[in-house]
Ligand binder design. Structure first.
Ligand code: SAH
Ligand code: SF4
Length: 424
């Protein structure tokens, strides 16, 4: 979401006659788009401001993102000039123009809080397109998982109007973009008037030119039978599902306010695999939530091992100000969290190649993204299951000729987290 926001902010600024410069010395405005999901975001932002102003004292520093929303005007005393929360980005170009002309009769500018009744979504500028187009369909989140700061940084859940989404995707499709990536904190609960998430997926799949549709993130509590059957019956919906687990222990899931249990999660995995052929599953896991015992951790470990994911993003619990978990008892020592994370990741690293082995020898449809990192003569792209593949080309072809095309690739080998193959 933040990568998307940063790209849009950059585009908005460029269309307003600003230029992008590589060096802080040459800049008038420095925008730091921030995330506060983990670690020490406030300190990192302050370090950024200090570093930038040391190099260029006349720089105007604009802080955007969740840290701006959560820390608000306290960032002014740290050197920030403007603090702009996620619901206010449309004002950025005008603000920056005022900065240029020095017509702003105040040093500091604060825009935080949420536009609840009439949320604004940044409009894409479809002139610049890559292989995939990222389309936000939702803002915010209402779930208040006990560890998570997102509802405080991004506000309540609001779904984007259907027409706006379809129009934006159509413009991308007309420009030749084949892959659409829908973004939201909890896309399964998308709801605009009568239109549910699976209705929306059906409408997008009906658009001419769109060939691959992906979405993230799904919350297990909102994953419906209708969504699974829509995926199973709609070839443009790619066989990949990111289904955050967070913990495999029912006791911890309850403390996390996740509203599902281990058994329900496993049923969902079973149904996804039963209905969608060769689906790829990926997940997020948190270890070391307050009060997590060795036994609780063991349940997470065994569930991850049992499911056999194709990708896992795992984190140590990081305490976030204002969340329910902050006030809980039995916060764990850093060393225990670290140790559990290492154990979980080691098991996963040992398992992932075996999980990916099922693609060996298969011919997969690959949407080509460009040349591979290792060799200029080889190309890279993703298979429908969203797994990267590097591959050798036929004859005299060069990777740039194939960008944005879907080609057949025979998988020859499984490498760490990726596949390797030969174009057919
Ligand atoms: N809306 C998405 C994810 C949002 S944040 C969802 O519900 O899955 C992305 C991931 O960051 C989460 O899935 C979680 O695993 C991790 N995360 C969020 N808060 C965290 C915290 N306080 N400590 C460690 N990991 C956290
Ligand atoms: Fe955070 Fe939970 Fe919302 Fe995801 S669903 S953004 S983890 S509160």
């Amino acid at each position: 979401m933040n990568v998307y926001d940063s790209a849009r902010i950059k585009e908005m600024m460029l269309t307003e006659d600003h230029q992008f410069v590589d060096k802080i010395e040459q800049a008038d405005i420095y925008i730091v788009n921030t995330c506060s999901v983990r670690d020490k975001p406030r300190q990192r932002v302050i370090n950024h401001i200090k570093h930038a102003k040391n190099i260029n004292p006349r720089l105007k520093v604009i802080i955007t993102g969740c840290v701006a929303q959560i820390e608000g005007d306290s960032l002014f005393s740290e050197g920030a000039d403007f603090v702009i929360g996620p619901d206010w980005y449309k004002e950025l170009p005008a603000l920056a123009n005022q900065t240029d002309k020095e017509s702003l009769n105040r040093d500091h500018f604060l825009r935080t809080g949420f536009k609840v009744d009439n949320p604004e979504f940044l409009q894409a500028n479809p002139l610049r397109t890559g292989v995939s187009a990222f389309i936000p369909i939702q803002k915010g989140c209402n779930n208040f998982c006990a560890y998570c700061v997102v509802p405080y940084g991004r506000g309540p859940e609001r779904s984007r109007p259907v027409d706006e989404i379809l129009k934006e995707i159509s413009v991308y499709a007309e420009k030749g973009v084949k892959e659409i990536f829908l973004l939201g904190q909890n896309v399964n609960s998308y709801h605009y008037k009568e239109v549910t998430f699976y209705d929306l997926l059906g409408k997008i799949a009906a658009l001419f030119g769109v060939e691959r549709i992906r979405f993230t993130t799904s919350h297990p509590k909102d994953l419906s039978e209708q969504l699974i059957s829509t995926m199973a019956s709609t070839p443009k919906l790619m066989p990949w599902f990111h289904l955050p687990l967070q913990s495999g222990s029912n006791r911890i899931l309850k403390l996390m306010h996740r509203n599902y249990n281990r058994e329900h999660y496993l049923e969902l995995v079973h149904e996804l695999r039963r209905q969608i052929e060769n689906i790829s599953l990926t997940t997020d896991v948190i270890v070391g939530f307050p009060g997590e015992s060795e036994e609780d951790f063991g349940e997470t470990y065994s569930l991850v091992e049992q499911v056999g994911y194709d990708g896992m993003i795992s984190f140590k619990f990081s305490v976030r100000q204002g969340t329910a978990a902050e006030k809980m008892e039995n916060h764990l020592p850093e060393q225990i969290k670290k140790d559990r994370l290492v154990r979980l990741q080691t098991m996963f690293e040992n398992q992932i190649s075996t999980n990916l082995e099922r693609f060996s020898g298969k011919i997969c449809k690959v949407l080509v993204e460009g040349k591979s990192r290792r060799s200029r003569d080889e190309a890279k792209g993703r298979i429908p299951q969203n797994i990267f593949v590097n591959f050798k080309l036929n004859g005299d072809l060069v990777p740039s000729e194939l960008v944005n095309q879907i080609v057949d690739v025979k998988i020859l080998e499984v490498r760490t987290h990726t596949l390797y193959g030969q174009m057919m």
